[in-house]
Design a protein around this ligand. Sequence first.
Ligand code: HPA
Length: 270
Amino acid sequence: MLERINHAVSHIQNLIPAVPEYVIVLGSGLGKLEDEIENPIVIEYKDIPDFPQVTVEGHKGHLVYGTILGKKVLMMAGRFHYYEGYSMEEVTFPMRVFNGLGIKKVILSNASGGVNPAFHVGDVMVLNDHINMMPEHPLRGKNIDELGPRFVDMSQPYDKEMLNAAMNFAQANDILLHQGVYVGLQGPTFETPSEYGMVRYIGGDAVGMSTVPEVIVARHMAMRVFCLSVITDLGGPEIAFPVSHEEVLNAANNAMPNVIRIVKSVIETC
Ligand code: HPA
């Protein structure tokens, strides 16, 4: 594993001029953030040794190095989901590589289904916690002590300073920004009404099919994590509207201007 991480790290290091301060992982429908990067250098996954490969035609699979507000960032366009058939090791391998590059701050984004009755489609939520309901744990197996401890503290998975920066910016600029708990389920089905009800019952505000494995692995390596979720649909025991992928992408797209502003405010202040 360490050798494979090092292969990928060396390849990327040869293509970028400096260590990025942030890595930004793009969620479904949030690709427009890529346009915010100045002086972009694109690195295709297929050229990175030992990197997982995108199997779905038409899906993006590249990293972009560049600057946002003068800060060096690496963006990940094209994410690996467990429901696609990737192993947990593959889903989280990019995070291992980002840490290997020396990146210490992670900004994640995703699309999710809202189960908090106060939420509306298009709202944005900053994660203050999560519940891991994935069927497999990304840290299961022999621990690699060089990367992090066997038993990882999760008392504060999401970075307080980054979260506060986002909340303060949103308040000062009249942007509605919720805080809440993200429940990570395997997918690829959207939830049944009763499953959305369960998510609410156990303490969730939103549910999605990504993020949690990456956050766990980032915390294993003591990286600081910030995550924004766009509420793209609503679910609950009383709600039986169909949800479509298209609807999810549209809602995410409509929330983009606010997502971009909030992400930039975090990059600027933290
Ligand atoms: N459930 C799970 N994942 C999702 C949803 C949802 O309702 N919306 C967007 N991603």
